[in-house]
Design a protein around this ligand. Structure first.
Ligand SMILES: Nc1nc2c(ncn2[C@@H]2O[C@H](COP(=O)(O)OP(=O)(O)OP(=O)(O)O)[C@@H](O)[C@H]2O)c(=O)[nH]1
Ligand SMILES: [Mg+2]
Length: 462
């Protein structure tokens, strides 16, 4: 039997104890399996239950003519094709304990289901044509979304907005390819004699659409994946105080004693929709013992990994050799200089710092002053130069971005062939390849290997 014709089952909810847990069954035998384990309290036959209704009853294990009640449940019977997978589906709402859920799943497996693979329900939704590949990928992004905005992009993608845009570009490519293929049949015909202006108009329209998607990818990627920001500086400048101010809670220990932070502390915060992984590090100074040495080593490793480093100074203190060494070490990193403790008397040479850094922000972490300016600067950095107005459709998935970039290069070449009245066959060939890239995004074309890679990222039961 083909894998897709088998009936699959899985626990679709979290495996930690919770209020409710769901076992989901999908496939041709979903109803016959459910009929063997679920006993409705109204005593109807399972087959007679109405579709898309929720039914109270018991899951019972019939073992050697002994009846063992496993759980009191609510069961939803859903006839194909109006289901998540487009197959007959049963969802069993159990009490949310892992032992109960496992027992119900075991029963489903005993009566003919096989354990679902990660993402297999969604994979079936794709293979059965309910959603395209970009929409299927949106499902995992919804589950992984770290901020409201990231969730917004993914739900828009699930709704099919990105796919709609891709299909619009695809249609233009198809129109031009058809046009060329019709004309290639006349071998002596030069491209110059075809209706060039119409082709150019169509390709320019496609070009702008693809370019818009590429521009949106910076914002899309940032909103989805966020950025990694590391706060560093000499001991006691107020790094942990800044992390607390950004988090709006006392996450880190703050004392007047230099060397308070002994290890890196990491949190994810949402700064105006951008997920920021922010790391507080141990102050960098000559280590006095092994712990300090290791802590400083970790600070350095974090700095290497950072997308953006916040280098902090104490406004109350003169710049030290340590500060200058850090400035020198961070020459090749994206860096924001933050001068802290501006509520105290200023002894720092601020002009020197301004001459070294493009962005200098003066704050008081303790009094929560100018933290909003710092947040704005972080967000500005995250979007780079490419901050567009709020785009309608954003592209954010790494696989999609790679494909759209490939498609763009091929389209650019096609346009330049057209402009130089080049070989029509080359134009058509380039556009066909560009079309293939778009097909890969929405899954008009796919390989088992690609599907396996995409769906292996899902959890079991989704
Ligand atoms: N006046 C003033 N004091 C501050 C400010 N920010 C931090 N401090 C004080 O500076 C001292 C050190 O603060 P921390 O946040 O622990 O400094 P740190 O850079 O994390 O220090 P280490 O972990 O030792 O490297 C504490 O006594 C804080 O209360 C500020 O804006 N103004
Ligand atoms: Mg600290």
């Amino acid at each position: 039997m083909k894998k897709t014709q088998q009936t699959i089952a899985a626990i679709s909810t979290s495996t930690v104890a919770s209020g409710v847990g769901i076992v989901r069954i999908s496939g041709p035998k979903a109803f016959s399996v459910a009929a063997k384990i679920f006993f409705p309290s109204k005593k109807e036959k399972f087959a007679k239950l109405k579709t898309h209704t929720i039914n109270h009853g018991w899951i019972i294990d019939k073992l050697n003519n002994k009846y063992q009640r496993i759980d009191e449940v609510m069961v939803i019977k859903m006839d194909a094709p109006n289901t998540y997978t487009k197959e007959d589906t049963v969802e069993i709402d159990c009490h949310g304990g892992i032992v109960v859920l496992r027992k119900v799943l075991e029963l489903a497996l005993k009566y003919g289901c096989r354990m679902a693979e990660p993402g297999e329900f969604t994979k079936r939704a794709f293979l059965n044509g309910r959603i395209d590949l970009a929409q299927a990928e949106a499902v995992i992004d919804i589950i992984k979304a770290k901020t409201d905005k990231a969730l917004g992009i993914s739900t828009q993608q699930l709704k099919g907005e990105l796919s709609k845009e891709i299909r619009a570009i695809r249609n233009i490519f198809l129109e031009v390819i058809t046009f060329f293929e019709a004309n290639i049949d006349f071998p002596d015909e030069e491209i110059g004699r075809l209706n060039l202006s119409e082709i150019e108009r169509l390709l320019t329209k496609a070009y702008l659409k693809v370019k818009n998607l590429i521009d949106s990818s910076v914002r899309g990627k940032v909103l989805r994946e966020g950025i990694h920001v590391v706060i560093c500086g000499r001991p006691n400048v107020g790094k942990s105080s800044l992390l607390n101010a950004l988090l709006k809670q006392e996450r880190c220990i703050v004392t007047h004693i230099p060397g308070t932070t002994r290890d890196t502390v990491e949190e994810i915060i949402d700064i105006k929709g951008v997920p920021v992984r922010i790391v507080d590090t141990a102050g960098i100074l000559e280590p006095k013992d092994l712990v300090e040495k290791k802590a400083i080593q970790r600070s350095r490793e974090q700095i290497d990994l950072a997308d953006l480093v916040i280098l902090m100074f104490d406004a109350n203190k003169k710049l030290s050799c340590g500060d200058k060494l850090l400035i020198h070490r961070l020459k090749n990193k994206n860096c924001l200089a933050v001068v802290n403790k501006i509520d105290l008397k200023r002894n720092i040479n601020i002009d020197f710092i301004k001459s070294e850094f493009k962005h200098v922000i003066e704050i008081s972490a303790k009094q929560v002053k100018n933290i909003n300016l710092l947040e704005k600067e972080i967000v500005k950095f995250a979007y780079g130069e490419n901050r567009n107005n709020e785009e309608n459709v954003l592209i954010s998935n790494k696989r999609h971005i790679e494909k759209i970039n490939n498609s763009f290069v091929l389209l650019e070449d096609a346009i330049s062939y057209v402009k130089s009245a080049g070989n029509p066959e080359l134009v058509a060939q380039n556009l066909k390849e560009a079309l293939g890239c778009l097909d890969d995004i929405i899954g008009e074309r796919f390989s088992e290997e690609i599907l396996d890679r995409i769906f292996s990222e899902f959890c079991i039961g989704k």
